[in-house]
Write a protein that binds this ligand. Structure first.
Ligand SMILES: [Zn+2]
Length: 123
């Protein structure tokens, strides 16, 4: 991969990072102590269906329940984006973490934060 390509992927990743962070801000609050850890705005309950859940409306429980997987998916994506950006900084971006081969450019176009090549992902 040449430096120009890497620069393009870097810009793409930074744009995606901003977009993901914006999305996270609408559904979660950034934890001020832990970097890159986000908490859903809804107060944490001891257990999903524990006693406190009975005291709040069913709609709220449902809204909270629906929001968590989205938050989780966004957090994972943000984590992968940060990993990709640090690989761009230190070298090794675009290589599969498993087999160390170059990840296909077409795949990186769609998922610039990809950590595995198509072959390893299938396994
Ligand atoms: Zn691989």
């Amino acid at each position: 991969m040449n430096p120009k390509q890497i620069q393009e992927f870097k810009e793409k990743l930074e744009k995606e990072k901003n977009a993901v962070e914006e999305q996270l801000q609408t559904i979660a609050e950034k934890d001020s102590h832990l970097k890159d850890d986000w908490d859903s705005k809804y107060p944490r309950m001891n257990s999903e269906f524990g006693g406190s859940a009975l005291e709040i409306g069913a709609d709220e429980v449902e809204a909270y329940g629906n929001r968590l997987p989205v938050e989780y998916a966004l957090e994972l994506k943000l984590k992968d984006i940060n990993i990709a950006l640090s690989k761009i900084a230190t070298g090794g971006y675009g290589k599969c973490e498993n087999c160390k081969k170059d990840i296909d450019d077409n795949r990186l176009e769609v998922y610039p934060e990809a950590r595995l090549c198509m072959n390893c992902r299938k396994k």
